[in-house]
Write a protein that binds this ligand. Structure first.
Ligand SMILES: [Zn+2]
Ligand SMILES: [Zn+2]
Length: 102
């Protein structure tokens, strides 16, 4: 399956709908994963997980592994530079549409 990539040149209204739709899917995946966990079913890459695919200038792909926002920018804390001490952290800040896995 090709990576999901949001269509370009959307109107602001369309972009908003896109983010809402993305958030719905992410929520559904999280619920499904929780259901499996509760039943003791191993969740071994059953299409779950919502890692961020946004590209960060100068450091490659965003290290965020899971979308944790509420429909807006992602709130997951990510490590910006693992070598530095103290380790600098910031939130991912990418929208739900960037958090689709393949
Ligand atoms: Zn991100
Ligand atoms: Zn994120």
């Amino acid at each position: 399956m090709p990576k999901y990539s949001p269509p370009e040149n959307l109107t602001p209204e369309q972009s908003e709908v896109l983010e809402k739709a993305a958030f719905l899917i992410i929520n559904a995946r999280n619920e499904a994963a929780a259901m499996l966990a509760q039943a003791g079913v191993p969740d071994d890459g059953f299409g779950f997980g919502t890692p961020c695919h946004a590209h960060i200038e100068g450091s490659g792909d965003c290290p965020c592994r899971k979308y944790t926002g509420d429909g807006g920018p992602c709130l997951t804390r990510i490590t910006v530079d693992p070598i530095a001490t103290p380790i600098p952290l910031r939130s991912c800040g990418h929208p739900p549409s960037k958090h689709f896995s393949t």
